[in-house]
Design a protein around this ligand. Structure first.
Ligand SMILES: [Zn+2]
Length: 55
């Protein structure tokens, strides 16, 4: 189960909805640390903490 970092509700993985979620690979000091998931609107609400999403 994966939760949205912003609203803490479950992020559902459906292929046809893949553009409605944002997946962020978070690096700390150049080393991969974790993946964070957001609903697309939640990512915008959070102020795009990891920059503009890319396809
Ligand atoms: Zn959310």
């Amino acid at each position: 189960m994966t939760e949205c970092t912003h609203c803490e509700e479950r992020v559902k993985f459906k292929a046809r909805e893949r553009h409605q979620q944002v997946i962020c690979n978070v690096y700390i000091d150049g080393a991969w640390d974790r993946v964070e998931h957001f609903h697309e609107p939640c990512y915008a609400d959070a102020g795009m903490p990891f920059g503009e999403p890319v396809d």
